[in-house]
Design a protein around this ligand. Structure first.
Ligand code: NAD
Ligand code: AHE
Ligand code: ZN
Length: 390
């Protein structure tokens, strides 16, 4: 198939909010600096659902959504040296070129090389899509488009992983699980990764910290797991769905609050319970009102709040500037601060050594033709991740 157009099945989002349609799509061969991947498993993430609503300014239609997946390289374009046909890989929506201003800064995991193209659903070389249906182009999404049996991505967006890793599980390392692990970074810096010289400016959850996690979905539970590993003394889980509480204990949550059980604002409830506020809070929902509460439940003088949830275009956060004047810190994270190509393979190894959970986040499995039902499942209360067998 190398050098030839591949026709395969993909779930196409023709219009916002309309059911995805399984179509025969043509996938062009990879051009210079590109990699064509046979996607074997993809999970659904809430960000796919968000873009599908039409509220994401970077979501262009028609497109192929999906960004949390694993597969095998089918062929590579000219000049691609780091992967070859047959390699097991995880597509990375957050690229890592190792050469741009961002990659070299040592201060961020964001990469500037292909971001302009991935934000408008095309490939960098010719600003065109590699997907089409009878000649009509279909946009890419997040530089990954994993709801297709074959996809084309930039070489800087491919992490080569250990072939012994089960792809039906490690696909989750393409987004949701690492995202919550931002606070693992101090721990990462202490060992092997320090040799990469990467120093991030991130939440350093120290031993004994009090942590609040807003939203107990995959991302929130991954935060709780990370907080536990960092030695947090209390991990307060906040969710309006009490069904989430039992399971969250297994991920390290030590106490629960349902905001609907209280008349006082949730930030006040937490401040009262923690002698002045938490050391760290994480918003894992995408709700700007909750983002404010997450900042304001932080302790005066040092409390740090990290925004993880993605809020729709047009939404804005607000608080009294006095909250920051008095020492609270507001920050955010993308892909948990991980440098994708360097660190995803390493996370896979951590999983293989049973040092981080992955299987526990998979509550449902399905197949590509059932993708619309799989999204319905995702919106059911007890679902963390649905993994599709392509
Ligand atoms: P999820 O829907 O599984 O989890 C959200 C949880 O929040 C649910 O348990 C829900 O009951 C709860 N919730 C909703 N409204 C609430 C409220 N007002 N107060 C308290 N709890 C409330 O979602 P997820 O897959 O865990 O993703 C969470 C968010 O993170 C999404 O916005 C997603 O787009 C975003 N995300 C961000 C990144 C990143 O890199 N920054 C990566 C992945 C996902
Ligand atoms: N395109 C959206 C923003 C979406 C967003 O913030 N995405 C997160 C990852 S969510 C993964 O599930 C992210 O990493 N952002 C940094 C980046 O470079 O995209 C919008 O609203 O414009
Ligand atoms: Zn995601």
């Amino acid at each position: 198939t190398q050098g030839q157009v591949i026709t395969c099945k993909a779930a196409v989002a023709w219009e916002p909010n309309k059911p995805l349609v399984i179509e025969e799509v043509q996938v062009a061969p990879p051009q210079a600096g590109e990699v064509r991947i046979k996607i074997l498993f993809t999970a659904l993430c809430h960000t796919d659902a968000y873009t599908w609503t039409g509220k994401d300014p970077e979501g262009l239609f028609p497109c192929i959504l999906g960004h949390e997946a694993a597969g095998i390289v089918e062929s590579v374009g000219e000049g691609v040296t780091e992967v070859q046909a047959g390699d097991h890989v995880i597509p990375c929506y957050q690229a890592e070129c190792k050469e741009c201003k961002f990659c070299k800064s040592g201060k961020t995991n964001l990469c500037g090389k292909v971001r302009v193209a991935t934000g408008v659903g095309v490939m960098l070389t010719d600003r065109k899509s590699r997907f089409s249906i009878n000649g009509k182009p279909i946009y890419h999404f997040m530089g990954t488009s994993t709801f297709s049996q074959y996809t084309v991505v930039h070489d800087v967006s491919v992490a080569k992983i250990d072939p012994v890793a089960p792809l039906e599980k490690v696909c989750l390392l393409g987004c949701g699980v690492p995202t919550g692990k931002d606070l693992y970074l101090p721990w990462l810096n202490m060992n092997k990764l320090s040799c990469l010289g990467a120093v991030w400016n991130t939440a350093k959850v120290e031993q004994g910290s009090i942590v609040a996690v807003f939203g107990l979905g995959t991302v929130g539970l991954a935060v709780a797991e990370g907080a536990k590993a960092s030695g947090a003394s209390r991990i307060i889980g906040i969710d309006i769905d009490t069904k989430k509480f039992d399971r969250a204990k297994d991920f390290g949550v030590t106490e629960f609050i349902n905001p609907n059980d209280h008349e006082k604002p949730i930030q006040q409830v937490i401040v009262d319970l923690t002698d002045g506020g938490v050391d760290y809070s994480f918003e894992c929902i995408g709700n700007v009102g909750v983002m404010r509460a997450a900042l304001e439940c932080c302790h005066k003088g040092w409390g740090t709040s990290v925004i993880v949830g993605v809020a729709a275009s047009g939404q804005e956060i607000s608080t009294r500037p006095f909250q920051l004047v008095t020492g609270r810190v507001w920050k955010g994270t993308a892909f948990g601060g991980f440098k994708s190509r360097s660190q995803v393979p390493w996370l896979v190894e951590k999983y293989l050594k049973k040092e981080i959970k992955v299987d526990e986040y998979i509550t449902h499995t399905s197949t590509l033709p059932e993708i619309n039902k799989a999204f319905d499942m995702m919106h059911e209360g007890m679902c963390l991740r649905v993994v599709l067998d392509m």
